[in-house]
Design a binder for this molecule. Structure first.
Ligand code: F6R
Length: 261
């Protein structure tokens, strides 16, 4: 199995490159569906996209987009609400149709129902064409924490304590749950771009790309995606092994794991 990995000099260059991938896709297919992530890593990527719009290169009018996840429960004004993040970093700056961009509703009092409806909305819109992912220091993708089932769909999950530390803000207590696309939802995307930056991600990036495909490192499943592109800065790439140590037949083992879960 070969994974396409590109390594960029620094965070700026990395963000530029990832923006170029999404921009090219949007130019070729204006009515496409993107899957978006939040967090520290893609902030500059969104800035670059908004800049390309400002300069008249991009048109977001026909775009559909689904975010990976949202904290649960969150009040409408919670500073960490991903809906706010998306408005602030992208949607307030480009000509998206607000009816076509989706983030799971963390303010609902029926989160399970919301999760099922979100999965169905993705399915009805024809699935995700290009999905952006970050990676947590424990290998999570979306809020699919270690141990998540490979066949999971959008659902309500508990956030791991390591992840809560990553996102903590002193002023506001962080919700201990989230609504997240599942591993299966993510793997059904036609194409995936995984983006990572900084030395704190170096070890987990190596485990995800070169280690065994294991539920202990949710991102390791991406090794089996047919159209995965990994974009790293030099720091995040600094621990990648020269040798490739995939399982001999990870597909067979995963099928067994799915059957047992
Ligand atoms: C965010 C998300 C998370 C982040 C991951 C990395 O929507 O789904 O999986 O991508 O926690 O976060 P940062 O970029 O802040 O290191």
């Amino acid at each position: 199995m070969t994974v396409s990995v590109s390594i960029h000099e620094n965070y700026d260059r990395l963000s530029e490159q990832v923006a170029r991938i999404f921009a090219r896709h949007l130019l070729n297919t204006p009515d496409t569906t993107f899957g978006f992530a939040t967090g520290e890593t893609p902030k500059q990527f969104y800035e670059r996209l908004a800049e390309l719009y400002d300069r008249g290169f991009l048109d977001f009018q026909q775009l559909k987009a689904f975010n990976l996840d949202e904290f649960y429960p969150v009040g409408p004004d919670h500073p960490k609400r991903f809906k706010r993040y998306m408005d602030r970093h992208l949607y307030d700056h480009v000509n998206v149709d607000p009816r076509q961009v989706h983030v799971p509703d963390g303010t609902t009092d029926q989160p399970e129902k919301e999760a099922r409806a979100y999965e169905e909305k993705i399915r009805r819109s024809g699935g995700i064409d290009l999905q952006l992912l970050g990676i947590g220091c424990n290998g999570h993708i979306g809020f699919n924490e270690p141990g998540s089932a490979w066949d999971s769909e959008t659902r309500v999950v508990s956030i791991a304590s390591q992840t809560r530390e990553q996102y903590s803000v002193e002023s506001e207590p962080l919700p201990d749950q989230a609504i997240t696309m599942g591993i299966k939802t993510i793997m059904h995307s036609s194409r995936i771009v995984l983006m990572a930056s900084g030395t704190r991600k170096a070890e987990i990036v190596n485990r995800a790309l070169n280690g065994p495909v294991t539920r202990e490192v949710p991102a390791s499943i991406l090794q089996l995606h047919p159209h995965l592109q990994v974009c790293l800065d030099q720091q995040a790439a600094s621990r990648i092994d020269e040798s490739y140590t995939n399982d001999e037949d990870p597909v067979e083992r995963i099928e067994q794991e799915v059957a047992q879960s």
